[in-house]
Ligand binder design. Structure first.
Ligand code: HOZ
Length: 428
């Protein structure tokens, strides 16, 4: 593959944008090399500025469940744009998408739209603090809930990829209210709750972790957290930015049969446009302004273009009875194929899969938490990444991210992907 134009664009970008990118994980710093600059995307493919075609497993970090430039979403945005792009006033669209989301997701009566997953998680935590009258929160090592101050404590995703899971700029005062637990370790959570009795407002987690690679919750982990929260007047918050509408219509709550007190969503609820949302039962959501005392706001929240895209997307997901079976089958096919190839080549690895989220961890132990995820063979991952890229397959440029499988992938795309993995085994 030639990356000539991408290299030139990256050089120019670095002169006017910090690091040449608007979000650190895009910079390829962990894996080396030059980021490819996207020109367009359609269905399962993304095309770069050198006109290389890639089978896409990032899918804009999750939301393109139905593939890129999905026609109903594109049409909805085009039609809506002609009516104006932002009003700063309520629209009927917002109620329509809220009604649909509330009908799909368990346990929620009301939903508030914001502009990103970061905003959703940040606002959910403020609401939890206001509602409970307590300050501290528990988050899990390696989970990533966006880049607001309270969450940049042992954060996953780009934060850990670039060695700053605890970012400078987060004050000691903020950091002291974020308590850290080990993912999948209920005893650890219990001991933190006991040591901070009466002080914890919320426990927040990704119900399937996707920012330290994909890590499923152990059996009983989510239920155990539910019980701890119920018994200690703590709100349980599921960050479903990745899992929402992807693992099931009702996300991880539906898949695992565990109801959280608040749920956060990201770009999927805007069909890939800049949208996030948080939702819960009336008794908690009515604490939000203008109904209640907890302030949260945004001129662009519920933006008509984003809402029309989101509505088209959720409508398609809601009306496709076979979607999740197809997604699971495609992902399982990949998982099985990758496992057979790596096994045959004698590579130490483990795959983690939940529905259409998948990770290959290069290690000989199980990967159930951040310590295990970070002890994997990163050199192998970097080789895999570059080999796949050269074969026209785009996986995230960091071992701490999940693969996201889209419904647009054909059988031949999946087989081509396995050829990429075969090519990797020849290099090690
Ligand atoms: N939302 C992604 C977390 N895995 C990261 C995307 C980004 O930081 O740009």
């Amino acid at each position: 593959m030639l990356y000539k134009r991408s290299s030139e664009l990256f050089k120019t970008a670095q002169e006017v944008i910090p690091g040449g990118v608007n979000s650190p994980v895009r910079a390829f710093k962990a894996v080396g090399g030059t980021p490819i600059f996207a020109k367009s995307a359609k269905g399962p493919y993304v095309y770069d500025e050198d006109d290389n075609r890639y089978i896409d497993y990032i899918n804009s970090w999750g939301p393109m469940i139905l593939g890129h430039a999905y026609p109903p979403v594109v049409d909805a945005v085009i039609d809506r744009t002609k009516l104006g792009t932002s009003y700063g006033m309520p629209t009927e669209l917002e109620t329509q998408i809220a009604e649909l989301a509330v009908s799909m997701v368990p346990g929620i009566d009301k939903i508030r739209f914001v502009n990103s997953g970061t905003e959703a998680c940040m606002s959910a935590i403020r609401l939890a603090r206001g509602y409970t009258g307590k300050d501290k929160i528990i988050k899990f090592e390696g989970c990533y809930h966006g880049h607001s101050d309270s969450f940049l404590i042992q954060a996953g995703s780009g934060a850990v990829t670039f060695g700053s899971p605890n970012s400078p700029g987060v004050t000691q005062g903020t950091a002291k209210d974020t308590l850290l637990a080990v993912y999948n370790d209920l005893d650890h959570v219990k001991s933190i709750v006991e040591q901070n009795s009466g002080e914890i407002a919320a426990i927040i987690l990704e119900p399937v972790a996707g920012n330290m690679g994909c890590i499923p919750p152990n059996d009983g982990f989510l239920n155990g957290l539910r019980d701890i929260c119920t018994n200690n007047d703590i709100l349980l918050i599921f960050d479903e930015v990745m899992t929402g509408f992807r693992l099931a219509k009702g996300g991880a709550q539906e898949l695992f049969g565990v109801t959280a007190d608040l749920v956060c969503f990201g770009k999927v609820i805007g069909g890939g446009l800049p949208v996030g949302a948080f939702a819960g039962p009336n008794k908690i959501m009515n604490y939000l302004a203008p109904e209640g005392p907890v302030y949260q706001a945004g001129t662009l929240s519920g933006n008509p273009l984003a809402m029309s895209a989101g509505l088209a997307m959720l409508y398609s997901i809601n009306n496709d009875a076979e979607l999740f079976t197809r997604l699971n089958d495609k992902t399982s096919f990949l998982n099985k194929g990758i496992s057979e190839i790596l096994e045959k080549a004698g590579v130490e690895f483990i795959t983690n899969q939940v529905g259409s989220m998948l990770s290959v961890h290069f290690t000989n132990t199980e990967v159930t938490n951040f310590t295990q995820a970070s002890s994997c063979n990163m050199e192998h991952f970097n080789k895999l990444f570059h080999c796949m890229l050269d074969c026209g397959i785009y996986i995230a440029p960091s071992a701490y991210e999940s693969w996201f499988i889209s419904d647009a992938l054909s059988q031949s795309d999946l087989e081509e992907t396995l050829d990429g993995v075969r090519a990797f085994t020849k290099l090690i």
